[in-house]
Design a protein around this ligand. Sequence first.
Ligand code: MN
Length: 256
Amino acid sequence: MILLTNDDGVHAPGLLALERAMQRIGNVRIVAPEHNWSASGHTKTMHKPLRVEPVQLEDGSPALACSGSPSDCVALVLLGLLPDQPDLVVSGINPGQNVGQDVTYSGTVSAAWEAVITGVPAIAVSLSSHEEPDYRYAAEFASRLASEVLAARFERPILLNLNVPSLPANQITGIEITRLGRRVYRDVLDERRDPRGHSYYWIGGLPPSGIPEPGTDIGALAEGRVSITPIQLDLTDHLLIDELRQWDLGSPADRQ
Ligand code: MN
């Protein structure tokens, strides 16, 4: 079984496009948030109940709408919400790329992290642009990549972060395996006043740009190519371990 979810809500067009493509390669179940959770990061709802309601997608397909976050949707299934466990979790298709440091904010990627933590491989799928999104090739390519992941049988659960140019297939210039690039956020603090004279704030500014370095996800999208970045949960800064071990940090025994 292939579990589909997203961070834009169960009725988002990107999820419908993904569902239509994935149905061709396997048995699909959908559990997605009842509303938009974009940029929610990795969330676990622990202090209020989670509700799940059956709904129908635009094409009549059954789905479950959950009151929790994208990662809650995946967690519920992995904890036994459905009779079957998924062989693969696919999250998306998000209208808007998730590249570089975005993977720490992204609800789309967080749902995929949740699967990998529990031992299930996952693919996060995003479209390069949210303007006039064209999901057709992204959906088709995601299903092709999903078939490969299902056939590959890795010893550990893998996470592929897929970003697809929002272009018709004949304008996409290639497929590249990449590393995460560097986003440049252009956020500014926008302070305003409410009718009672108190300040409130928006995080405003221009959309993020990025450094289109060759070999990175940002570089591939800039050249009109599909980007596939294998990402992992080990956030350890391995290069710093040896240096930190040289520091004189004393010993708890010194305090005796
Ligand atoms: Mn989103």
